[in-house]
Ligand binder design. Sequence first.
Ligand SMILES: [Zn+2]
Ligand SMILES: [Zn+2]
Length: 360
Amino acid sequence: MNKDYYEILGIQKTASEAEIKRAYRKLAHQFHPDKSGGDEKKFKEVSEAYQVLSDPEKRKQYDQFGHTFDYQSTAGGQGQGFGFGGFDYSGFGGQGVEFDFSNLGDIFDVFFGGERTREARGRDIERRIEINFEEAVKGASLPIELEKNIVCPRCKGNKAEPGTEKVTCPECKGAGKKETIRTTILGQFKSIATCEKCKGEGTIPKVNCHECGGAGISRQKVTLDVVIPAGIREGMTIRVPGGGEAIESGKSGDLYLEINIKSHPQFYRKEDDIYLDIEINFAQAALGDKINVPIIGGTRQINIPAGIQSGNEIRLRGLGFPRLNHFGSGDEIIKIKVITPKRLTREEKRLFEELRKLGE
Ligand SMILES: [Zn+2]
Ligand SMILES: [Zn+2]
């Protein structure tokens, strides 16, 4: 299912918007299902590719997150596991991006559309957390408090009181499952079900664990330290494998943390760049100046060149958000606004009038 949108449209990765449009028109025309010789499947593919590539924002994401991006859903993928620093993308616009934290610190690999094999596992827990702007830039380790079922710390999920044995389940004689034979007028029907008593384990504790009463799990308040990667974007979701609810027999569910980033009083974000509006006066604009501007975690002296115009930008390279899945960082971009004084002192007025005379 590795549909490459560029391939589908038969264009280069560097194709311009006009080229994308042209390719789409031609193919949409060719495959339109209402036409003889049309092909609905191909038509849909082409439309899907166009929807993504014609939108600069989506295209950028697609380019960034790789060609295995599955636009439609997470279903029907290759069924790969998420055993390494994965990055599971199931949506658009920054929605539904997951990080796998089983291998922290590695470069995040990207793949999409994988359907995980389902076995008995506990429920997932979803939480929305708010982080501040600086944390999104620098990354953070945040304590997440949850009340959830965890594997019983006393018996480690074994269900037996520590130091006591487990014995063969009398119900299933250790088989873990039970056969029931039903006799009907049509004959005998055999059905096999997991043994209720031992939950399929074949053994039961001689003495139940005093903490969990033999359930193997207990409900507790826990704090998980979750690492938020530097450069994370609004609406992304971090997946913490095993961070969800534990169950009696089977794996714990996962914890999904949807990230909301608080706005900053001065900075704002576009892609991986940080923007900052700075106001300067006429004299600074005309003569130039050295000023201090805030950067994440401090200040930086910048040079305002003489003759700068309102709307000009000064770029501080590498001081933006780290790029997820890429090396390097965005920039901090200072947008200059030259302020016209609204009220002048007598002296200022005199000076401006002199300037006017000079300009005449
Ligand atoms: Zn226990
Ligand atoms: Zn049993």
